[in-house]
Design a protein around this ligand. Sequence first.
Ligand SMILES: NC(=O)c1ccc[n+]([C@@H]2O[C@H](COP(=O)([O-])OP(=O)(O)OC[C@H]3O[C@@H](n4cnc5c(N)ncnc54)[C@H](O)[C@@H]3O)[C@@H](O)[C@H]2O)c1
Ligand SMILES: O=C(O)C(=O)C[C@@H](O)[C@H](O)[C@H](O)COP(=O)(O)O
Ligand SMILES: [Zn+2]
Length: 365
Amino acid sequence: MESILVNTVDDTYPVIVGSDALKELPNHLRGLSPSKILVITDTNVDKLYGHVLVDLIGGDWKTYKYVIKSGEAAKSFEMFYELHSYALKNELDRKSVIIAFGGGVVGDLSGFVAATYMRGIPFIQVPTTLLAHDSAVGGKVAINHPEGKNMIGAFYQPKAVVYDSNFLQSLPANEMRSGFAEVIKHALIRSESLYQFLFKEIRRLDDIKTEHLQRMILEGIQIKADVVSKDEKELGLRAILNFGHTLGHAIEAEAGYGKLSHGDSIAIGMLFATWLSNKTLDVSLPYHELKLWFKEIGFPVEVPASQSTDQLISRMKKDKKTTSNQLTMIVLKEIGVTTSAIFSEDELYSLLNEWRAEERSEKVD
Ligand SMILES: NC(=O)c1ccc[n+]([C@@H]2O[C@H](COP(=O)([O-])OP(=O)(O)OC[C@H]3O[C@@H](n4cnc5c(N)ncnc54)[C@H](O)[C@@H]3O)[C@@H](O)[C@H]2O)c1
Ligand SMILES: O=C(O)C(=O)C[C@@H](O)[C@H](O)[C@H](O)COP(=O)(O)O
Ligand SMILES: [Zn+2]
């Protein structure tokens, strides 16, 4: 078992990682002396593991459980309101603790409820997806708006993250792929050696060796923890964690929440950002190698044909990194080294169109 620390302005918290990490949860709860506990989970996780968590903590503390319908649609204002009503009905107070037990959807939603209930109560992340090696760490909590991803939210750090890799054994293939996109992101922005390792060893996701999985989770979390510890509220450096997300979020929202996974969407976004790096900086990143690898893994590698460049640019304009109509893209100077590039709406429109046209013509050739 490993413990990685995240240092924030107000606090330092551990990310406990490993098989059987879950047994550390009661210790962390004891440290918080909760008056009550609210476990928020989703229908799939509850079916598989609901009893495990309740058996572990239910004897020691008055515990409530709220099960949301699985899927991205739950990151909604309605569900946020519903959870607040449930917490009020059951008289949770300021010493109550929320446990987010699930993937990034449960984590983002529950974290935002914790951030806002009575102006903030403690919460612990117990992630159950590969993607959540990213989402559970760093305190970005949010719900979606039809206009855009994570538009209503906060920076609100958990008291601890307990990441038990045993949960990943039941994760469906498409969800492993979605999480793997964020692992690749962490490598591309911060670690050439992690990228080389992933590229060499991981050609398919249904037979990942345990030690390979452990390595990618640990290094991914270390990268995330390091960036967040240096820039908790995205005043500068943290924006690198958004590599692939400017286009990726636009694609995800345009498809309709839950239609295309977060990871699949940002995989397309990362390909565009890599192409854009080659096009606009004096660099030659292995774009074609990356694209072929993505295809082999099963990622979509193009923007859905039904989405127009117009629609996408209008969504990208609303990205949180945009200021005064200038769109910011995180690009790569080399693998493991990023910089940011600013574009006007028209410039980015032309570049996105050019990339899409090139991809179409390559398919025909
Ligand atoms: N806050 C952040 O920093 C951050 C970072 C990355 C992504 N995100 C957000 O995370 C969300 C995506 O998270 P996700 O990919 O974990 O999605 P998710 O929470 O929807 O989980 C994916 C699916 O897997 C199921 N599942 C979860 N754990 C399981 C398990 N152990 N076994 C079997 N099935 C299981 C879920 O029920 C769901 O159907 C998006 O909303 C994205 O915007 C947030
Ligand atoms: O932690 C961060 O910072 C990230 O950008 C991580 C991303 O993987 C994640 O999808 C995040 O929710 C995106 O944030 P947003 O600010 O673009 O909504
Ligand atoms: Zn992401």
